[in-house]
Design a protein around this ligand. Sequence first.
Ligand SMILES: Cc1cc2nc3c(=O)[nH]c(=O)nc-3n(C[C@H](O)[C@H](O)[C@H](O)COP(=O)(O)O)c2cc1C
Length: 199
Amino acid sequence: MYYKPLQRNDSLSHDPFNALVVPRPIGWISTISREGVVNLAPYSYFNAVSNKPPMVLFAPVGPKDSQRNAEAMGDFVVNLVTWDLREKMNATSASVSPEISEPELVGLEMKPSQLVKPPRVAAAAAALECRWVKSVPLETAAGERMAGAIVIGEVVGIHIDDAIIVDGRIDLSARQVISRLGYKDYGVLDTIFSMPSPG
Ligand SMILES: Cc1cc2nc3c(=O)[nH]c(=O)nc-3n(C[C@H](O)[C@H](O)[C@H](O)COP(=O)(O)O)c2cc1C
């Protein structure tokens, strides 16, 4: 089969794109609005893009509070999503108005960050404090402006639950990070293997 994204193929019930670029890490983004409302939402168009300095991006596909807040206030926090937090994470993806605080709505305790204004998810195994760098509006190869954007941040501080530090290394085996697949599917990181680099 050859699939052209803009010309739907009737033999596939769903667009296959999201089921092929997998697994996608989930950035659970906390922000705070000018009015002081704490916002929390998951983004699987999310990834690390550099480690010197550490930088991340997330991509809202349309106008979203997380982007608006990050731009208005200049910062955001990326909370790690693990198996134990999957239901709460999903609940925070509900489409609610900006005056509603998702952590309050779903009953999630937040803790203050050190260098940025938005708080972090208290139960998260790790949280990346980010300063907003820039947002890049998306446009197609033909130059058509899309509703989405790439929001880029620099990681300026990292909270790590001491329980996931074993012999000076991060060990997430007890918490099991989850990732996004296609459709309504998720993956659990439960098998890890090492390979020596060829040098
Ligand atoms: C696992 C998961 C991943 C998601 N990834 C994205 C994404 O990458 N981009 C996006 O625009 N929406 C994504 N969503 C939907 C947003 O979380 C949802 O639109 C949310 O209401 C946005 O909240 P906000 O307006 O407070 O930022 C995702 C939802 C889930 C459950």
